[in-house]
Design a protein around this ligand. Structure first.
Ligand SMILES: NC(=O)CCC(=O)C(=O)O
Length: 265
């Protein structure tokens, strides 16, 4: 499988409409290059531009859906189109990832489960997703996660229990915590014996420099490729069958002990 992670720059000053057009063209450029293309979290607004979420929220089948479904089918690729600020028909907001098939059908929508609560923005403005999402694509099973989710290993274990071999994380991770980003991506890959493809943003918005450094890690924890700090398309080739090989040769997942009792005092 060949995957291209498009590390979109989310600097202020570019309108949402023109960014959509620009990113759709980057996706189309992947025709014949990649089987799977990924975009970051909230790349239309930037993940920290909290004041824009309500104004720019869209329904699942809104303008980003329309543009990205067409880009996926024009390019003939699986497209993890990152996430949008979704407005549910009941008015509430969610941070929702969209995944399209090569014919442009929406195959999965994942509402981010762990909202970023550190600075009160996302956790106050957005609702929390409640359902894990896995998708069969290109002969493997992918599990979806978004940014802050990376800090919560139980979510990834849930995806692996549901059959995931490839963990797709779209993010808007800040430069300030870049060391955590690389470490956690490798940890999630090693502990789950799965590929991790983590696509972040570049640039600066709302005063928050973004980490970039999108990363692809194999089930043994080796970094197959990592981007730099600027906007970049990171293309990598990997064999999802390596998951079965690693799990067979070093069957640590089989040694899990479930339902540990709390300590007695
Ligand atoms: N958008 C996010 O989820 C930010 C997460 C983050 O900054 C962190 O976990 O650190």
């Amino acid at each position: 499988m060949r995957a291209s992670l498009i590390q979109v720059a989310v600097d202020e000053g570019e309108s949402t409409a023109s960014r959509r057009t620009r990113v759709a063209s980057l996706v189309r450029d992947q025709a014949g290059v990649a089987d799977l293309v990924m975009l970051p979290e909230l790349w239309t607004t930037g993940a920290f531009a909290y004041q824009r979420f309500a104004d720019e929220a869209e329904p699942i089948d809104g303008p980003t859906h329309e543009t990205m479904a067409k880009a996926a089918s024009d390019a003939g690729v699986w497209l993890h189109a990152g996430s949008i600020p979704e407005r549910d028909p009941d008015g509430s907001l969610y941070n929702t990832s969209l995944l399209f098939s090569p014919s442009g059908e929406l195959t999965a929508a994942y509402r981010k489960i762990h909202r970023f609560g550190f600075d009160q923005g996302e956790a106050v403005l957005m609702g929390a997703g409640t359902e894990l999402r896995t998708v069969r694509l290109a002969g493997t099973t992918a599990g979806l996660a978004t940014c802050y989710d990376l800090r919560f290993p139980e979510l990834f274990r849930g995806l692996v229990d549901a059959g995931a071999e490839v963990l797709l994380l779209s993010a808007g991770w800040p430069e300030r915590r870049r060391a955590h980003w690389t470490l956690l991506a490798q940890a999630r890959a090693v502990e789950n014996q799965a590929f991790v493809l983590a696509c972040g943003t570049a640039g600066t918005h709302a005063g928050v420099p973004q980490a970039g450094h999108s990363i692809v890690v194999d089930p043994w924890g080796e970094v197959l490729a990592q981007a730099g700090a600027e906007e970049e398309v990171l293309t990598v080739e990997f064999d999802p069958a390596k998951v079965a090989t690693v799990r067979e040769q070093f069957p640590a997942l089989k040694d899990r002990v479930l339902g540990l009792a709390a300590p007695r005092h």
